[in-house]
Design a protein around this ligand. Structure first.
Ligand code: NDP
Length: 312
């Protein structure tokens, strides 16, 4: 009796703890032949990657499926991939709850003026302020995918009015769902706290710029947890100066790490974090990928497969 050849997986995780990933992958897929970059397996049809280099892709011309260890695939799509290769991304994998934590915290910190109270406390002042009403702070979530949907539902659970905007129509309890270019204006004009959960594509790059941000309700607040290139940074600064925008929480910036001397460091209205809103949970990501490999990584309807024509 002939034995089926083992699946061969090329692993590339140059920027993270490669040894941990490899150990977890071997235990999830014991019958798999794994080669860890910089060791190459030119015959591997399947790869698991985190920030791969072009050299890795060039050394693996037979790849049919590339599992990305994150949700965003914009950086991967900028590389030259083997023409037959499909990209499969992590769907949630423990990131949606982290995004919900992060965004709810940012919304509540702004709405309840916790930064103002922290300033008063530091100055030794007992200084109550008038209550604000959540009806005056509608939250608009751009992108209602694996992460954005959970974010919109979580914010709605705090009784804020919530609008959502996506490419195709959606139904989410407690969320007014709008879609497409035709309804973008209505979405912006009804939003005071804007949350960006879009993938970075040619259609969404620079989507937060002067003319779009100007259509938000006055005293708007911007929370960007997707990609830095969604936001035109000088336009945000100009609208902060004009008072139209009250502040921002930014987990991502156009250049990362944010360079020393960048004006964002000096703005007290901007809260910065170093791209940590939702981090890959290695165990869950490996389990998700292993299940897809076991179900047949060459099936046509592989869940999480990226549509290259849409860019996400
Ligand atoms: P999904 O692909 O699941 O969802 C994307 C959503 O955006 C969908 O609802 C889609 O609409 C919508 N969309 C895409 N293009 C457009 C457009 N042109 N107009 C309107 N809506 C559009 O992505 P995820 O939720 O998994 O992730 C979103 C992004 O979050 C990632 O691409 C990544 O950049 C970022 N991210 C950031 C992290 C961080 O730590 N800061 C961590 C993880 C991810 P439709 O549903 O109709 O297709």
């Amino acid at each position: 009796m002939t034995q089926a050849a083992p699946t061969r997986i090329a692993l590339c995780c140059s920027h993270v703890e490669g040894a941990t990933w490899e150990a977890q992958l071997r235990s999830a897929l014991p019958d798999t032949a794994i080669s860890t970059w910089p060791k190459a397996d030119p015959e591997a049809r399947c790869a698991i990657v985190w920030s791969p280099t072009q050299a890795f892709l060039d050394a693996h011309p037979a790849l049919e499926v590339i599992f990305n260890m994150g949700a965003g695939v914009d950086a991967l799509l900028r590389l030259q991939l083997p023409p037959q290769a499909r990209i499969v991304r992590i769907e949630d994998g423990g990131m949606a709850v982290q995004m919900a934590d992060y965004v709810c915290h940012a919304v509540l910190r702004h709405f309840r003026e916790f930064d103002v109270y922290a300033g008063s406390a530091a100055a030794g002042q007992w200084a109550p302020r008038k209550p604000r009403f959540r009806q005056d702070f509608p939250v608009g979530v751009m992108g209602l995918g694996a992460l954005g949907r959970r974010v919109a539902e979580s914010v709605a659970a705090f009784d804020f009015p919530v609008l959502g905007w996506s490419q195709s129509p959606k139904q989410i309890e407690g969320v007014t769902c709008l879609h497409g270019a035709d309804q973008f204006d209505r979405f912006l004009q009804g939003t005071r706290i804007l949350v960006n959960m879009l993938p970075l594509t040619p259609d969404t790059q620079d989507i937060m710029r002067r003319d779009t941000l100007s259509r938000l309700l006055p005293g708007a607040y911007v929370i960007n947890v997707a990609r830095g290139a969604h936001l035109v940074e000088d336009d945000l600064l100009a609208l902060l100066d004009s008072g139209h925008i009250a502040g921002a929480t930014l987990d991502v910036t156009r250049e990362e790490p944010l360079p020393a001397g960048h004006p964002f460091w000096q703005r007290r209205e901007i809260a910065l974090t170093p791209h940590i809103a939702a981090q890959t949970v290695v165990q869950e990501a490996i389990a998700q990928i292993a299940a897809k490999v076991q179900a047949g990584f060459d099936r046509a309807d592989l869940p999480g497969a990226v549509d290259p024509s849409r860019g996400y």
